[in-house]
Ligand binder design. Structure first.
Ligand SMILES: Nc1ncnc2c1ncn2[C@@H]1O[C@H](COP(=O)(O)OP(=O)(O)O)[C@@H](O)[C@H]1O
Ligand SMILES: C[C@@](O)(CCOP(=O)(O)OP(=O)(O)O)CC(=O)O
Length: 452
């Protein structure tokens, strides 16, 4: 019998903490999403003994497939059979293999099938395949050619692939054990960072691993100080990686949180294509040039980010008192500002978001980076007039891509916005908050997917 295991990891929305979270002193609030990346992993006797391969298949994207032949000298190196590139897959395999360091002659061939939920990518030119439990969109184009919606497909991929391959090399791997999850997290951060070619804050990988969290980053040097993985340095790379994963305190925060009951996150997709790297470049340049007044702006945003987090905590506490909480939800649903502002926590959360947005409009003006461009200001302001909306932000790096609203779970935004000119560019995504990061799934749930 073929042994199989399956795992999944969620997408993300960074509600507050954009840009500041690139610095280790600032906290952010990250909501994990119901859109997940999945991996089903199995092994079979190596066709060429002592010369095993790892195949990663992503058949949803024009049957994309990468097959790596493994070599072990002092550490592991790989070559892709047809020279096809997928830096995210490559860096995961290299780091997981060099960390676990299995003896090549005992290794079997590994097969990993990737499935990604539809919300990660634009659905045009795709068709659904499903079984009774799951459905996935199949595209006519390869992964690099299908537009993304910005939910963190590479972080989901890297996290779930790290888990899947680790489960082959450590049979007893348990994604619900703290120690194993921390190992997965560190390996996934290293691989993601190397594949991106830049050191992002890592909030996306942390949320793919741990779920909805308050996140504060690790020092970027932990990863950038690793030596390169060239064959001549692979032995030292392996030793340093092992030390970094097993013996180094990364001094980061990933405290699990959840949105208050009866509130939900609504993501509105506005525009395809993300320019995070360019936006970050411009904001960082502005920060340096405008220093020290830029640091005052960051401190101001940070105090409002903390107020936002505290208010959500307070609302969570108030939700335990049914009478008060029902009153709060009714006030939000009424859309009446006076009724909403009569609850301090609701008034304060709106004030903190207004302050954050105001500062980002200032940064937009001064840096030339479209963090909160005018069209998004207009759209968010229009959203704030809808019934059932508590507050709204442009998630992550900002820009033209998306908006994120906190609404009551009884609000029907689609019926309030359909056909209205102000909302003509928004498509509401079918998403909810996910509390949990990496999950173990049942492999047979991915079998026999058929066209409708
Ligand atoms: N389902 C998938 N199968 C294979 N590779 C994937 C998949 N999803 C994402 N990737 C990899 O991640 C890359 C996209 O990463 P990135 O540009 O960082 O987007 P995102 O912001 O969604 O993480 C793809 O080009 C591909 O290399
Ligand atoms: C600017 C940032 O703080 C937030 C970017 O958030 P997004 O959700 O926009 O990110 P991508 O998925 O990488 O495009 C950069 C970071 O923290 O890495």
């Amino acid at each position: 019998m073929v042994e199989r295991r399956a795992f999944s990891a969620p997408g993300k929305a960074l509600l507050v903490g954009g840009y500041l979270v690139l610095e280790p002193e600032y906290k952010s609030y990250v909501v994990a999403l119901s859109a997940r990346m999945h991996a089903v992993v199995s092994t079979s006797e190596a066709i060429q003994k002592g010369n095993p391969s790892i195949q990663v298949r992503s058949s949803q994207f024009n049957n994309d497939c990468w097959t790596y032949q493994l070599q072990q000298t002092n550490g592991y190196s790989l070559s892709e059979r047809d020279n096809k590139k997928n830096p995210f897959i490559e860096k995961v395999l290299l780091n997981v293999l060099n960390y676990f360091d299995p003896c090549i002659s005992n290794l079997k061939d590994v097969n990993i099938e990737i499935f990604s939920d539809s919300e990660y990518h634009s659905q045009s030119e795709s068709s659904l395949k499903r079984n009774s439990l799951k459905k996935f969109a199949f595209h006519t184009k390869s992964i690099t050619e299908v537009p993304k919606t910005g939910l963190g497909s590479s972080a989901g991929l890297v996290t779930v692939l790290t888990t899947a391959l680790a489960s082959v090399l450590r049979k007893e791997l348990n994604p619900y054990s703290k120690a194993d999850l921390e190992t997965i997290h560190k390996l996934a951060q290293v691989a993601h960072c190397q594949a991106q070619g830049k050191v992002g804050s890592g909030f996306d990988v942390a949320s793919a691993t741990f779920g909805s969290i308050i996140y504060r980053r690790f020092m970027p040097e932990l990863i950038s100080n690793l030596p390169d993985m060239s064959v001549s340095k692979i032995q030292i790379y392996k030793e340093k990686l092992k030390h970094l994963v097993d013996e180094t305190d990364w001094n980061f925060t990933a405290d699990r949180i959840r949105l208050p009951d009866n509130l939900r996150l609504m993501m509105g997709d506005v525009n395809n294509g993300s320019e995070t790297t360019k936006l970050v470049g411009k904001v960082k340049a502005w920060y340096r040039e405008a220093y020290p007044s830029s640091s005052e702006i960051y401190e101001n945003i940070n105090s409002k980010n903390s107020a936002f987090i505290d208010c959500l905590n307070e609302i969570n506490n108030l939700s335990k008192n049914k009478q008060i909480y029902d009153g709060m939800l009714t006030a939000i649903n009424s859309g009446n500002d006076e009724a909403i502002n009569s609850y301090t926590a609701l008034k304060q959360i709106r004030q903190s978001v207004n302050g954050i947005r105001e500062n980002f409009r200032l940064i937009t003006k001064e840096s030339g980076a479209d963090v909160e461009p005018l069209v998004q200001t207009t759209l968010l302001d229009a959203c704030m007039k809808l019934n059932g909306v508590l507050t709204g932000v442009i998630p992550g790096a900002g820009g033209f891509d998306a908006i994120a609203l906190l609404t009551t779970d009884t609000t029907d935004l689609r019926s309030q916005t359909d056909g209205k000119h102000d909302f003509k560019d928004v498509s509401w995504l079918d998403l909810q908050q996910a509390d949990i990061g990496v999950l173990e799934e049942i492999p047979s749930h991915y079998d026999n997917l058929r066209s409708d």
